[in-house]
Design a protein around this ligand. Structure first.
Ligand code: GDP
Ligand code: MG
Length: 741
């Protein structure tokens, strides 16, 4: 430890630096110039508790950019001379503006103490500041002082000495600057770190920021050290600058400044400032916030807006979804009539076209949802939602921004986990994001609803509405508890409670919205599309092959032939007699029905013999603990392709032929009549469907968003394991209580 402690006084002009400096050093000071510039440099000495301390009064600045000589001098002094502690003097009566500079010191990772000066002035104006809370939120000591009278100076020195003692343990804070800039920073960081570009003097992240801000001094230094790398980094910055210009008509500098102010605002919003007389000095954003983040009105407005977004996404996209669906039906039908029957036709229709339909069917929903989210995000409202929801979600190890993905995935009942998983992009902390994207598939998406409706209608028809409501409630409960569990185990780690920005409200530009929406939609189509097509064909093959053994197929063929012969014979009789008798008609009807029955039995046998069917049968030895027989299992295996498939597969497995998910009365009757089914099995099945592995489109999206297949497989295993344990518990307890009937 150096024997002389060196501290620097920094702050906005008129914050009281010189007053403090004079009070500290008295006559032991001298005035000079910083080398090469006409900026006055004042240095002085004092002794505190036997410790010799050198104090430097830095020029007053509002910022640490390279725009003025004062700013450069202050910055260079801190970086080159490395004072043990930077004392940032902040005018308490003008806190928000003054903290802008503090924020930059924090980003620079300077060891610092905030001297909250002029608290007397603030008090007179009716402003009360909770210094402890401010200190906790910023992560540095904050000491209220009155430089003019010397009040609080002893405490200030205690804090200074304490900070000096842990000098080297300072971590720069990580502010976020919106997805565009954050992405660029993430891209620049490894380049800067790998090449050690200026990293001896500055934190790598800070250098990346300076590149984005086009900081002349840093660019000059970098160019001298490594011209090629500098060029490469600048090119990256150019791309994002152009993008920001096109979408928002702003420069990176402005976005960065906005986010710093946003960060400060959110810090001050958390009970740091209490104003006794509220004047009319409020900015428009603050005025809006008074209403929008109001304790009672805020949540009501939020509920209305989120519900609006939800309605917008799922209602207005249906026209496009239907249009796409009919296009795909058209394609299927024309292939059907063009190609001869056989495996090729079956693969193109059930593998390729259905698979593509599955992928592209989500596109309108994704487009609408991202458009809605872009409006909320670009206008600044999304940050307020996160701000309000944070306390609740924080308890479960999530973040306020998690609410949106949950709602989109079906939090109000009937949504889709695919855009839900993609919506987790608004979350910044990797672990909170992961916990959110792993739990959103627990929500009741639109594809699970018909299955829930079928089962509840069949076995709990007396309390239909109540059960549907309970299903929604259960989804939230399970998702939040699972999130908490994940955050305590595999995703353990700190949450990001306070680094949340409240940027000023802005009118989003249409161009920006369209570009944002399209970028995200295209990413989905491009990356998810290829994988999904492959899996779709695989699943088709699993449900189709190896097909019926020859002798079985022949048996069905023979049976059909026999009936056809009977039918023909009957027709002959009819034509001979030249009139259709009632008996003839009944007989005819019976024969036709028998023909259909045979096809259905053949389909069932075919499915049973397929790979999916064999898996279903093999699983019976385990699944019986939850009350599921092989038919149910096949439907669940099929449900992995898409939850909609559960009903139609169940229909085939019960040899009912094609079951229309919108009209399930035959399947309902069959299930209620089947001795294997009862309310306990139905409940166990319900629980399993709600919580088992997400459909594979969601899985592919999880893999993409999480950046690795590991998490996708984890999601499948975790959800299925959990769902199975739950289903077994329900079934066993139900049977034990004798509710099985
Ligand atoms: P500098 O520009 O940061 O060096 O600020 P100065 O030290 O020159 O102070 C600016 C003005 O604020 C001067 O008139 C000081 O007397 C006044 N001042 C400084 N500290 C305090 C304080 O704690 N309370 C009050 N009421 N005035 C102060
Ligand atoms: Mg001064």
């Amino acid at each position: 430890m150096r024997s002389t402690l060196s501290i620097a006084l920094a702050g906005n002009p008129n914050a009281g630096k010189t007053t403090l400096f004079n009070r500290l050093t008295g006559a032991r000071q001298h005035v000079g110039n910083y080398p090469g510039v006409t900026v006055e440099k004042k240095e002085g000495f004092l002794t505190h508790n036997g410790r010799e301390i050198k104090v430097t009064d830095l020029p007053g600045t509002y910022s640490l950019t390279a725009y003025s000589v004062e700013e450069l001098v202050a910055r260079d002094f801190i970086v080159n001379q490395r004072p043990d502690v930077v004392v940032d003097i902040v005018d308490a009566s003008n806190l928000e503006r003054n903290l802008y500079l503090s924020c930059q010191f924090l980003e620079l990772g300077a060891p610092m103490v905030i001297a909250l000066n002029m608290v007397d002035v603030a008090e007179n104006r009716g402003i009360e500041i909770d210094a402890d809370r401010l200190a906790r939120l910023l992560g540095v000591p904050v000491v209220p002082i009155v430089a003019r009278s010397g009040k609080g100076i002893d405490k200030l020195f205690d804090a200074i000495l304490e900070t000096a003692a842990i000098n080297n343990a300072v971590h720069p804070i990580l502010l976020r600057y919106g997805s565009d800039l954050d992405q660029t920073i993430t891209a620049l960081l490894p380049l800067i770190e790998k090449n050690k570009l200026l990293t001896d003097d500055y934190p790598a992240r800070w250098i990346a920021l300076k590149f984005l801000e086009h900081d002349e001094q840093i660019l000059e230094k970098a160019k001298q050290l490594n011209p090629e790398l500098t060029e490469e980094l600048l090119q990256n910055c150019e791309t994002v600058t152009t993008h920001l210009q096109q979408t928002m008509e702003v420069y990176p500098e402005a976005v960065i400044a906005d986010h710093r102010y946003g960060y400060i605002k959110s810090v001050l919003h958390q009970g740091v400032i209490r104003e006794k007389f509220v004047g009319d000095r409020l900015y428009t954003s603050d005025k809006i916030d008074k209403i929008v983040t109001h304790r009672i009105l805020g949540p009501l407005i939020m509920a209305a807006i989120l519900f609006g977004l939800y309605t917008f996404t799922f209602n207005y996209s249906t026209t496009l979804v239907d249009l796409l669906a009919s296009l795909f039906t058209l394609a299927s039908n024309s292939i059907d009539s063009l190609l001869p029957d056989g495996p090729l036709k079956s693969m193109i229709i059930s593998g390729v076209i259905d698979g593509m339909g599955g992928v592209l069917g989500f596109v309108p929903i994704i487009m609408f949802m991202f458009f809605g989210i872009a409006v909320l995000e670009d206008s600044g409202y999304l940050a307020r939602v996160a701000f309000m929801m944070d306390r609740i979600f924080h308890f479960f190890g999530l973040h306020g921004s998690s609410v949106m993905p949950f709602i989109v995935s079906g939090g109000i009942a009937g949504g889709c986990a695919v855009p839900g998983v993609m919506a987790t992009r608004t979350l910044r902390s990797p672990k909170e994001r992961m916990a959110t994207l792993l739990t959103v598939p627990f929500m009741n998406c639109g594809a699970k609803l018909p299955v829930l409706t079928l089962l509840i209608g069949a076995f709990f028809s007396a309390h239909q509405a109540r059960y549907m409501f309970l299903a929604t409630l259960a989804a939230w409960l399970v998702a939040l508890i699972a999130a908490k569990f994940l955050r305590m185990t595999v995703l353990r780690g700190e949450s990001t409670p306070f680094v949340m920005e409240l940027p000023p409200y802005r009118f989003p530009t249409l161009r920006g919205l369209v570009i944002h929406t399209w970028e995200r939609t295209w990413q989905y189509i491009k990356k998810a599309g290829t994988v999904i097509l492959g899996i779709s064909i695989l699943l088709w093959a699993m449900m189709t092959y190896p097909g019926l053994p020859q002798d079985k197929a022949d048996t069905f063929k023979r049976q059909r032939q026999e009936i056809r012969i009977q039918l023909q014979g009957e027709q002959k009789i009819n034509t001979v007699e030249d009139k259709t008798t009632d008996i003839g008609q009944v007989l005819h009807g019976n024969l036709e029905a028998a023909l259909v029955e045979i096809s259905q039995q053949e389909a069932q046998a075919h499915l049973r013999n397929s790979f999916a069917g064999r898996i279903g049968i093999a699983l019976e030895s385990i699944s019986r603990f939850a009350g599921f027989d092989w038919r149910t299992n096949i439907a669940l295996v099929g449900g992995f392709a898409a939850k909609e498939v559960i009903i139609s597969t169940l229909g085939t497995a019960y040899s009912l032929g094609d079951v229309d998910p919108d009209n399930t009365s035959t399947l309902k009757d069959r299930l209620t009549a089947d001795p294997r089914w009862n309310p306990v099995v139905a409940l166990s099945f319900l629980a399993f469907i709600m919580f088992y592995a997400p459909c594979f489109v969601t899985i592919v999206c999880i893999a993409r968003e999480a950046g690795s297949w590991k998490w996708a497989f984890f999601s499948m295993a975790f959800n299925t394991g959990f769902a199975f344990i739950l289903a077994v518990c329900i079934y066993q307890i139900g049977i034990f209580l004798g509710l099985g009937g």
